[in-house]
Design a protein around this ligand. Structure first.
Ligand code: MG
Ligand code: MG
Length: 278
C-alpha cells in the first residue's frame, strides 16, 4: 500500500533528508587512502546522534540478521550492504557509502559512491554514468508517468554503455518506514507499472556494475558483490513526485563542497529530461 505524503509530512522528510546529506558531507571530508570504513561509520553515527536523530540501518533486521552499523560501506566489487571494517581504503578504490537516519519518526536515506584518491578512467566513467542514470530516472518521476518510465530511463542509459543493471535489488518508497511501497526497479518498460502520483516519496537508487548484472550475497548475509568481481557503483536520492518536476529531498551539495569536485548538482533535472527525449 502506497502512502501519499502531505506537505506537512514532506517537511518532516525534508529535515531527515537534509541530515543524511550533511552526514554524507562529513563522511566525504574523511574519505582518503588509509582511512577505514569503521572510522567513517563512527563519524557518521556521532554526527547523526549529535543532531538528535538515530541511525536507521543500525539494528535493522532481516529475519534473524541484524545490521551492525550506521553506514553500509561497499568497496569496489561490493554492490551494497557492505559492513564497515578495519581494512584501510586504498588509492583507486571506490566506496559506496549508504546512510539512513530516523529523525522525529521520519526516515532519510541516500547513498554516494566516492573515488578514493584518483581512480582509473574506466572507474570514473562508471561513476559518472551511474550518477547520470539516477538523474535520468528522477527526470521521469512526475505525476502521470509510471514506475516503468523511471526504470527504463536508468536501464537504457547504463546498458547502452555496456554496464550491468542490478535487478535483484531495487529502490523503495520512504516515510515513517525505511522501506515502503512501491518497489522502484532500475529496469522496466516505458509506460508500464504503477502510475506515479504527486506526494509519492521514494528512493531511486541505481546499482550499476561495470560487468555482469549478476550479484551474490556473501557469507555475512549482508554484503552483496558482483559475480565477476568487477566494480559496482551506487547513488541514491530521496525524491517527491510533483506535477512538472520531481523535488529532490536529499542533497549531494555537502559532499561536493567537501570534495571540491565539479558539482553534479549544478545540472538541473530538466537537462536530463531533455537528454532523454533525443
Ligand atoms: Mg540507502
Ligand atoms: Mg534505499
Amino acid at each position: 500500500m502506497v502512502h501519499l505524503k502531505s506537505e506537512r509530512d514532506i517537511e518532516q522528510l525534508r529535515a531527515s533528508a537534509d541530515l543524511v546529506g550533511r552526514t554524507l558531507g562529513v563522511v566525504a571530508a574523511h574519505v582518503a587512502p588509509g582511512v577505514t570504513t569503521r572510522e567513517l561509520d563512527r563519524l557518521a553515527e556521532e554526527f547523526i546522534r549529535d543532531n538528535g536523530a538515530q541511525p536507521a540501518f543500525k539494528g535493522y533486521r532481516v529475519g534473524s540478521l541484524v545490521f551492525p552499523a550506521t553506514l553500509c560501506t561497499s568497496v569496489n566489487d561490493q554492490v551494497v550492504h557492505g559492513i564497515p571494517n578495519d581494512v584501510p581504503l586504498e588509492e583507486g578504490d571506490i566506496l559506496s557509502a549508504d546512510c539512513g537516519v530516523v529523525l522525529d519518526g521520519w526516515y532519510g536515506d541516500s547513498a554516494y559512491t566516492f573515488a578514493v584518491g584518483s581512480v582509473s578512467d574506466e572507474t570514473r566513467a562508471l561513476l559518472t554514468t551511474t550518477y547520470e542514470s539516477l538523474m535520468l530516472g528522477i527526470a521521469q518521476a512526475t505525476a502521470g508517468k509510471r514506475l516503468g518510465d523511471i526504470g527504463a530511463a536508468v536501464q537504457a542509459h547504463c546498458e547502452a554503455r555496456g554496464y550491468g543493471v542490478v535487478k535483484d535489488l531495487v529502490g523503495h518508497g520512504i516515510g515513517r518506514q525505511l522501506h515502503e511501497d512501491p518497489q522502484v526497479p532500475n529496469f522496466g518498460r516505458p509506460g508500464s507499472g504503477r502510475k506515479l502520483m504527486s506526494g509519492l516519496t521514494m528512493c531511486i537508487e541505481p546499482m550499476i556494475n561495470r560487468g555482469t548484472a549478476s550479484v551474490r550475497t556473501e557469507g555475512d548475509g549482508w554484503t552483496v558483490k558482483t559475480s565477476d568481481s568487477l566494480p559496482s557503483a551506487h547513488y541514491e536520492h530521496m525524491i517527491v513526485v510533483r506535477p512538472s518536476e520531481a523535488e529532490i529531498l536529499t542533497t549531494f551539495r555537502h559532499i561536493e563542497e567537501a570534495l571540491d569536485v565539479l558539482p553534479y548538482e549544478q545540472t538541473p533535472i530538466a537537462a536530463y529530461g531533455q537528454a532523454e527525449a533525443h
